[in-house]
Design a protein around this ligand. Sequence first.
Ligand code: ITT
Length: 195
Amino acid sequence: MQRLILASSNLGKLAELGELLTPSGWQVVVKPADLEIEETGLTFRANAHLKALGVARATGEWALADDSGLEVRALAGAPGVYSARYGATDSERIARLLTAMQGKFDRAARFVCVVALASPTAIVLDAEGTCEGEVLDAPRGSAGFGYDPIFWMRSLDKTFAELEIEEKQSYSHRGRAVRRLIDEMRRLGLPERTD
Ligand code: ITT
């Protein structure tokens, strides 16, 4: 089976990516913990490419990276690509966002995810997924990770932190991006047979 290194240190992402990718014929393996790639890009796509290619080159294996974040309309798209750097922990990031949103009538937000697949020498494919929702004024639910407890989907009357992982994947930016990537991989005949 062809190995695929997941170029992420985020445990929440790793759980979701593993579930989405394992059935597609890759042997999914997490990257070495000491291998960190600096995210110097200005877009989700640029950072996904940097992480996928950095890990693929360093390990000599195929790698998949996810760059994602929350764009809030009333904050001109912030925290966006800086979502992970908006605070030191999930609860600090949520607290900062709730403070920034105090008194804002427009609560619209969307999650964005770009996944990139790299061979040891080049980026092979990427795909984007988005999910529209609203920012609550207090957290709800305990599942998921990151901003999930304050990201509310009106159609479900639930936050992402109130969904089972499978249900989150059916609506989420990451689920949509990975399903698109898998469709493209199938078109290209990936994964390549190694036996
Ligand atoms: P890696 O780069 O190692 O993958 P990271 O957490 O630094 O991990 P990003 O730079 O892509 O990843 O930052 C994404 C941040 O956006 C993440 O830390 C969360 O705070 C938030 N985020 C992304 N997807 C999310 C989701 O499905 N639910 C909640 N928050 C999410």
